[in-house]
Design a protein around this ligand. Structure first.
Ligand code: ADP
Ligand code: TRP
Length: 334
C-alpha cells in the first residue's frame, strides 16, 4: 500500500525563495510521488499568536494561493483549512487525556518562551497561553487523524513529530492500536541553505529575502542589491561562495547553471551580468505561478470553493479515524 504524506503550513505571510527551495518544492515533490497526500493551512495554530482577524484571514488566503500557484494539485492532494475539520479538535481532547504534562513541559517552543521570560526577569509563564503550551497535541491530532506515514518538515518541527509518535504510542498502549506511528522527513535535507541579499541565510527575520511573488521591476531592483565582493569581471571567482550563483543554480536549468559555474571559475563572468541572468531565470521560473497567484488573489471565492471541497474529503477520513478512537476508549462511536 502506498504511503500517506501530510504537512501543515501556518499562515504567516508570503514565502521567499529560500522557503520555496527548502520547504515548498520538496513537499510538493514528495506529495506528487506518493499515493495519498494531505496539505492544510494550520490556522488554529497561528491563532495562538495572531490578534488581528483581518490578518489571519488575509494570510490564510495568501498561503493557500501560494501553494496552488507553485504547483499543488488539489485533485491529487487533499487541501484544506484545519479550522474546517472540527473532528481534529475532538481528537485533540482524546489525545490530551493520555498525554503527560511533562511532555509539554519539554517542548522546545514552550521552553524557549520560558527561557526568554526568565532572561527578561519576568514570570516564567508570562504571555504563554494554553494554545502555545498544548500546541504539540493539536499538531499530533492533525497528523494522526489522517493515518499519516510521513511528515515533511523543517528541522525546528522534528520534536513535534516525535511527540506525535509518543502520543500515538500512549494511546495505542492504553487502549488498542488505533493510530499509525508517523515519521518525519526533513524537507530540505537534500538542498542547501539559500543565502539572501547580504550573504547570510535568506530569512524574513534578517530582511534579506527575495519574495517568490513580486512585480518584475521590484524583483530586478532587489536582485541588483545582492552584495558581492569587488572582483573585476575578468577575474576568476568561486561560484560556491557566491550568492548569485547559489540562487541561480536552484532556479535555472542544469545546463545554464553549469555554464555560469564554468564562466565564474574561468573568469569573464562579471557580477552585473550574472545578476541579469539570475533576474531572467527568476522571471522565467515564476512568471506562470505569478499569473495564477494574481488570478486567485483577485477572486478569493475560488480558493474558498477549493478548500471547501478539500475539507469534505478530509472530514470523510477524519470521521472514520475519530469513530475508531471513540470506540476504543469506550465512547459511543457516533
Ligand atoms: P524564515 O527564516 O524566513 O522565517 P522559516 O523559518 O519560516 O523562514 O522557514 C520555513 C521553511 O523554509 C523551513 O522549513 C526552512 O527549512 C525553509 N527555509 C527557510 N529559509 C531557508 C533558506 N534560506 N534556505 C533553505 N530553506 C529555507
Ligand atoms: N507547526 C508547524 C509549523 O510551525 C505547522 C503544522 C501544524 C504542521 N500542524 C502540522 C506541520 C502537522 C506538519 C504536520 O511549521
Amino acid at each position: 500500500m502506498g504511503k500517506t504524506i501530510l504537512t501543515g503550513v501556518k499562515p504567516t505571510g508570503a514565502p521567499h525563495i529560500g522557503n520555496y527551495i527548502g520547504a515548498i518544492r520538496p513537499a510538493l515533490d514528495l506529495a506528487a510521488a506518493h499515493e495519498k497526500s494531505f496539505l492544510f493551512i494550520a490556522d488554529y495554530h497561528a491563532l495562538n499568536a495572531v490578534r488581528d482577524p483581518a490578518a489571519l484571514k488575509r494570510d490564510s488566503y495568501e498561503v493557500a494561493t501560494c501553494w496552488l500557484a507553485l504547483g499543488l494539485d488539489p485533485a491529487k492532494t487533499v487541501f484544506y483549512r484545519q479550522s474546517d475539520v472540527p473532528e481534529i479538535f475532538e481528537l485533540t481532547q482524546l489525545l490530551a487525556a493520555v498525554t503527560p504534562k511533562g511532555l509539554m513541559d519539554r517542548a522546545h517552543s514552550y521552553k524557549a518562551a520560558v527561557d526568554k521570560n526568565r532572561e527578561a526577569g519576568r514570570d516564567a509563564d508570562a504571555d504563554v497561553n494554553m494554545g502555545l503550551y498544548t500546541y504539540p497535541i493539536l499538531m499530533a491530532a492533525d497528523i494522526l487523524m489522517m493515518d499519516t506515514d510521513i511528515v515533511p518538515v523543517g528541522k525546528d518541527q522534528v520534536q513535534h513529530i516525535e511527540f506525535a509518535r509518543d502520543m500515538a504510542g500512549y494511546f495505542n498502549h492504553a487502549f488498542k492500536d488505533v493510530f499509525k506511528l508517523p515519521e518525519y522527513k526533513l524537507a530540505g535535507d537534500t538542498g542547501a541553505i539559500l543565502p539572501g541579499l547580504d550573504g547570510r541565510k535568506m530569512s524574513k527575520s534578517y530582511n534579506n529575502h527575495i519574495p517568490v511573488f513580486m512585480e518584475s521591476k521590484a524583483r530586478r531592483k532587489l536582485i541588483m542589491k545582492i552584495v558581492t565582493d569587488s572582483k573585476l569581471p575578468e577575474e576568476p571567482k568561486d561560484p560556491d561562495g557566491n550568492t548569485i550563483f547559489q540562487i541561480y543554480a536552484e532556479v535555472a536549468d542544469e545546463n545554464a547553471a553549469r555554464e555560469m559555474r564554468a564562466a565564474f571559475e574561468k573568469g569573464g563572468m562579471g557580477y552585473g551580468d550574472a545578476k541579469q541572468k539570475l533576474f531572467e531565470a527568476l522571471e522565467a521560473a515564476f512568471e506562470q505561478p505569478t499569473k495564477i497567484y494574481n488570478d486567485y488573489m483577485a477572486d478569493t471565492s475560488k480558493i474558498d470553493a477549493l478548500l471547501a471541497e478539500g475539507a469534505e474529503k478530509a472530514r470523510a477520513v477524519a470521521r472514520q479515524t475519530l469513530a475508531r478512537a471513540r470506540a476504543a476508549v469506550g465512547l459511543k462511536a457516533s
